[in-house]
Design a protein around this ligand. Structure first.
Ligand code: FAD
Ligand code: NAD
Length: 507
């Protein structure tokens, strides 16, 4: 029987979540003689591979040591986007004077209500990932406990041995801890503890300006924290298109975020309840004093206690090694999700799990390298991307043309007061083939799909040009890119030809 875990704060919402994703007093089933698939890890990758395999008639065991739903549901996408939506609401309520809202700037914000809403919605959503649903509706043997390989075709969990034909390692990743002197002693938050806060820290340092750092720095600043965002690289979202990140940089400055870029954190000092971060930039010392520190400096794979050596599965500090078919060095063991893939997203964990089912159970030959993967950072504005960046095309020696349309050219964005942004596409030189695209817009994540669909299905930008987009929508910006492409085809020669024809028609 499982023992209860402590989900903080102790609230009706969190008790409901626990009931779904780590039911107290859960009794593990008696193992079947042999499973088609044993899945270790019940996050997105594990849940999709288990549900898919069972749905196709397989005998499946799913092992989760902590919370079904993994990071995404419990301490990742779901709570973070709950926080983002609250921060957007308060920001717009406060900044709507131009729409005629009176006295919005003085609005009070209740952190507790916003966090409780997030926890309520997380508990509601958790039903999908619940242990009982996986057992009763999907017919999967759900084991709660630490899964560990004991041989090339066996896994141990809670004192039981599970024999498998195929296994999948879907154990995900957790927050990496930077080796900063004094940080451990000062204490810090990660994505695992942030969403348990019941009081808003008046002053907060966020270490790392990747997606986690940027989304949370902006949200907590909008809630009213005095936020310092500390990044060792020279830019926020260093991997994104530079112009896109620059727009967000300007928004952060406008919203009062103290941006400390290109700095080294020398040490963290504790003085009473103050945490003092000693930074250095170009030989100059900068001190930042806060009440709380959030760390978002990347992820470390969950490898410990897995017994990978006993099953002959190779791994390194980035995770489990897989080939293009997601097969590990043990031909009967596959992996999917954050444990084995550099693009750590829920939608990639999902896509990889589907490949895993086909390849592991049905002799498929689906390749991970064939995937087209979009992503989006849910700041305000959002930055969404798919395919190649300019740098990727240059590195590969591919000739390309770049087209950009600012949102200020799009009526709906102007009317919404959301015209700070753009859509950009890189096309293979002399063709309409889309190599990559970036969109900066309030709902860029919703808009990027048109490009993903086009790239995945080999449609050029001319296909987008032929497609009617409703007026007025912000997504018209993508049609505008196609119009811009068509204009590039109007060479002086073609123009002369057309005007000659029209002149002849006039008689
Ligand atoms: C703050 C934050 C925000 C994010 N926002 C987004 C977003 O907006 N969009 C997006 O696409 N992605 C987002 N992500 C990334 C996304 O959460 C991950 O990419 C996704 O959860 C990966 O799924 P997974 O199944 O590979 O791993 P996980 O979700 O980490 O699941 C792995 C599971 O395995 C279990 N486990 C580990 N070892 C064992 C073992 N030995 N035995 C049994 N069980 C084990 C763990 O307890 C865990 O439940 C975010 C991440 C964070 C941290
Ligand atoms: N919207 C989304 O899809 C979303 C949101 C959040 C997280 N995620 C996923 O989670 C993963 C992890 O996100 P993340 O933001 O933690 O990692 P990240 O690796 O994307 O960014 C970490 C940042 O921290 C900086 N950094 C590292 N060490 C530092 C130090 N000692 N001092 C200062 N800066 C330091 C790095 O330069 C980098 O800019 C992402 O790769 C992403 O896949 C996705």
């Amino acid at each position: 029987m499982t023992s209860p875990i402590e989900l903080l704060p102790d609230s009706p919402e969190n008790r409901e979540l626990e009931e779904n994703v780590h039911p107290p007093n859960w009794v593990n089933p008696e193992p079947a003689p042999c499973y088609n698939l044993v899945v270790i890890g019940g996050g997105t990758a594990g849940l999709i591979s288990a549900a898919g395999a069972a749905g196709l008639g397989g005998k499946v065991a799913l092992i989760e040591r902590h919370l079904m739903g993994g990071d995404c549901l419990n301490v990742g996408c779901v709570p973070s986007k709950g926080v983002v939506s609250a921060s957007r609401a308060v920001h717009h309520a406060r900044n709507s004077a131009k729409f005629g809202v009176v006295d919005g700037s003085g609005l009070r914000f209740d952190f507790d209500t916003a966090m409780e809403r997030m926890r309520r919605l997380r508990a509601d959503i958790s039903h999908h990932d619940s242990a009982r649903r996986f057992r009763d509706e999907l017919g999967i043997d759900v084991f709660i406990g630490q899964g560990s390989f004991s041989g090339s075709d066996t896994v141990e969990v809670a004192g039981k041995t599970l024999r498998f034909k195929k296994a999948s390692v879907c154990t995900g990743a957790c927050a990496a801890a930077p080796p900063i002197p004094g940080l451990e002693e000062a204490g810090y938050l990660t994505n695992e503890t942030l969403f348990s806060l019941i009081e808003l820290p008046p002053r907060m340092a966020v270490i790392g300006a990747g997606p986690i750092g940027c989304e949370m720095a902006q949200s907590f600043a909008r809630f009213g924290s005095s936020v310092s965002l500390i990044e060792m690289g020279p830019h926020i979202l260093g991997r994104e298109d530079g112009d896109a990140a620059e727009i967000l940089h300007r928004a952060f400055i406008r919203e009062g975020i103290d941006l400390q870029l290109g700095v080294k954190i020398i040490e963290v000092e504790t003085s009473g309840s103050d945490k003092i971060l000693h930074l250095e930039r170009d030989g100059k010392r900068i001190d930042v004093t806060v009440d709380a520190i959030l760390v978002g400096v990347g992820r470390a794979p969950n490898l410990s206690g897995l017994g990978l050596e006993k099953a002959g599965i190779k791994f390194d500090k980035t995770g489990v090694a897989v080939n293009d078919y997601l097969q590990t060095s043990n031909p009967n063991v596959y992996a999917a999700g954050d444990i084995c893939f550099p693009f750590k997203f829920t939608h990639t964990a999902d896509a990889l799990a589907r490949i895993l089912i086909a390849n592991a159970l049905f002799m498929g030959r689906q390749k991970v390298s064939a995937l087209t993967i979009p992503w989006c950072t849910y700041t305000d504005p959002e930055i969404a991307h798919v395919g190649m960046y300019e740098g990727d095309a240059k590195e590969k020696g591919i000739g390309f043309t770049t087209l950009t349309v600012p949102l200020s050219d799009v009526d709906r964005a102007v009317l919404d007061g959301e015209s700070e942004g753009f859509a950009r596409v890189h096309l293979r030189k002399g063709t309409d083939k889309i190599l990559g695209a970036t969109i900066v817009a309030r709902h860029a994540g919703e808009m990027i799909n048109e490009f993903s669909l086009a790239i995945t299905n080999g449609l050029g930008i001319s296909a987008i040009g032929k497609t009617i987009h409703p007026y007025p929508t912000q997504a018209e910006v993508i049609k505008r890119l196609a119009d811009a492409y068509n204009r590039t085809r109007l060479t002086p020669f073609v123009k002369n030809l057309l005007s000659g024809w029209l002149e002849w028609q006039r008689g």
